[in-house]
Ligand binder design. Structure first.
Ligand code: MIG
Length: 569
């Protein structure tokens, strides 16, 4: 499909589909908020992660052994940097084969994962879409026997190279193939794993044999011809077009209702199907449990089955801003459990950039520091300002019961967690054009710093609000501000949260893991001039059938002259 949104003509949107098929749904509502809700009512309730998934997660492409992961965890614990999870990237597998783990590096995964859980840290392994084509490797053998892989036109299995070498691709658009794939997670679940990330499920293809042959043929033409500038581009293109090649995507088929369907026509459903395969598998294998699942590729509808992370960003200031701006779009689609690779995935981060990324991450449901192989090591403890970063993460833990509550209320009421100001203040032209601040839940607004060397920023307040300028969970300023534009001083270790009048944000005492938080004693921060209510949702953090009403505690906010007060609930 092509979406030409004001590209050809700035006042016209043109959507064209290659095969002429287009189902268009038109939703009409009185407001953007209502529109978002009715879209979600149509597409289904958002995925609910377990509560521990709101903790800080450390990740890096390259962690290759139990010893290494234990060291990462210990460095956090030693310094009091809160931590709830460590991701295992492809390096934990045997030769990148899905559903295996290196016996030399992880001799007893079950024992290891249980040990980590005793320390309130979960392991979160990655699973890729491609299955290595290799007889004797169980997932390949069973997939082959079931005929579950995508096929070429001649009926043979489509293959392409990805990390494990030549791979076959499960046909996630088929019920029986999804069921087979979902069951492959069982050994990892039995080893105590409670969370996964699904990757490479666009599916990403490094190359096919056919395209390599073609590239060499084209390169050969250049070699024998006269050397000119066009030949140079042809040579370059021959090899640059190997990965994720459109001809490859056109060359394989899915089976839908017994009929073959070309992949490129259903491309975006592939990652969504993988997410569904995993989620359905979890429902069968662990009924009544919420497991963590987030995916790189997905689609409308699969927000019922898992979250997504924002993909391979870079350690760039512009990508920090972009991460802010991606949140409402994802929320609109129902993907509430989301966040970006904090610090940036590609390139080498600077310490100020990581700190500013973390300050955004304090508020995003997925708060994960992730970086690519060969980039600068990006764990908080690698940096001279690690104490500042630790204090920033500590704010997340003080806010965690509240953020979890806001998330659950949004999910169970089919609302967005992050909204552009335009949704809440449609008549306020200044608010409508504000693109670097977001409403968060029912009471708050965020306005992250996303520029290097900035000692603060301008913030537009669409109504009177209380500024909380955080330095740590215990150290913050409270400044009541009036509606309008304000310059807010925000030195490197400082970041703001704005709270509407007559609302309050509860801070718990904090802790090193989500499981160790006391969610019965809070400090309420807010400017209360007339009576208000704080609705705090709590549950066991794992049940799959949460009940909003019975989980809600209503805390009455009584007018007073103080900006803080203690409550027991
Ligand atoms: O080709 O597994 O987006 O998060 O670290 C790269 C290695 C494959 C892409 C993911 C990234 C992950 C990386 N993967």
């Amino acid at each position: 499909m092509t979406w030409d949104l004001g590209y050809t003509r700035s006042d016209t949107a043109v959507i064209t589909s290659e095969n002429g098929n287009l189902d268009l749904y038109v939703l009409e509502e009185e407001s953007l908020t209502e529109l978002a809700r009715s879209f979600r009512r149509l597409t289904g309730r958002s995925y609910l992660p377990p509560r521990w998934a709101f903790g800080y997660i450390q990740s890096r492409w390259g962690y290759a052994s139990e010893t290494e992961v234990r060291t990462v965890a210990a460095e956090h614990r030693k310094r009091g940097i809160p931590l709830d999870g460590v991701c295992l990237d492809i390096d934990y597998m045997e030769d990148f084969r899905n559903f295996t783990w290196r016996k030399d590096a992880f001799p007893d995964l079950k024992h290891f994962s249980e040990d980590m859980k005793r320390d309130h840290i979960r392991l979160i392994p990655i699973i890729d879409a491609g299955i290595r084509q290799e007889e004797g490797y169980e997932p390949y053998d069973s997939g082959k026997a079931g005929g579950f892989f995508c096929k070429k036109e001649d009926g043979s299995d489509f293959t392409a190279a990805v990390w494990p070498g030549v791979c076959c691709f499960p046909d996630f658009l088929r019920e029986d193939a999804r069921r087979w794939f979902g069951d492959l997670y069982r050994p990892l679940l039995e080893a105590g794993i409670e969370g996964f990330w699904n990757d490479m499920n666009e599916p990403a293809l490094f190359y096919t044999e056919k395209q390599v042959d073609e590239a060499f043929r084209r390169a050969g033409e250049v070699r024998s011809g006269s050397v000119d500038y066009e030949a140079m581009w042809r040579l370059k293109d021959a090899f640059n077009s190997l990965p994720n090649n459109m001809d490859d995507y056109r060359s394989f088929r899915h089976e839908i209702g017994g009929r073959p369907v070309r992949h490129d026509l259903v491309h975006n459903l592939y990652g969504a199907g993988m997410t569904r395969a995993a989620a359905d598998g979890f429902r069968r294998i662990r009924p009544g449990e919420r497991l963590l699942l987030f995916s790189r590729s997905s689609f409308i509808g699969a927000h019922r089955n898992g979250g997504i992370w924002q993909g391979d960003n870079f350690s760039w200031w512009s990508h920090l801003k972009m991460a802010v701006q991606m949140l409402p779009g994802l929320n609109l689609c129902g993907f509430l459990y989301t966040g970006c690779d904090l610090g940036g995935f590609g390139c080498n981060v600077t310490e100020d950039l990581l700190e500013r990324f973390l300050q955004l991450g304090v508020f995003t449901p997925l708060m994960r520091n992730h970086s690519a192989l060969h980039t600068r090591e990006q764990e908080i403890y690698r940096f001279s300002i690690w104490e500042t970063m630790r204090d920033t993460v500590s704010v997340r833990y003080a806010l965690l019961p509240y953020l979890y509550s806001e998330f659950m209320k949004a999910a169970l009421r089919d609302e967005m967690l992050f909204r552009p100001l335009a949704f809440d203040y449609p008549a306020d032209r200044r608010a409508v054009h504000t693109q670097d601040q977001l409403m968060l839940g029912g009471d708050c607004m965020i306005a992250p710093v996303y520029e290097q060397n900035a000692a603060g920023r301008y913030v537009y307040l669409p109504e009177d609000m209380l500024l909380i300028r955080f330095r740590s969970a215990k150290d913050y300023d409270l400044v009541p501000l009036e509606k309008g534009d304000h310059w807010i001083d925000l030195a490197l270790g400082e970041f703001p949260l704005f709270v509407k009048k007559n609302r309050a944000v509860p801070l718990c005492p904090g802790g090193e893991s989500s499981e160790l938080l006391d969610d019965t004693a809070f400090t309420l921060l807010g400017q209360i001039e007339k009576e208000g209510v704080l609705e705090l949702y709590r549950d066991d953090g794992r049940t799959t059938s949460p009940d909003l009403e019975s989980g809600l505690t209503r805390i009455t906010l009584v007018p007073d002259n103080s900006l803080t007060r203690k409550v027991k609930v």
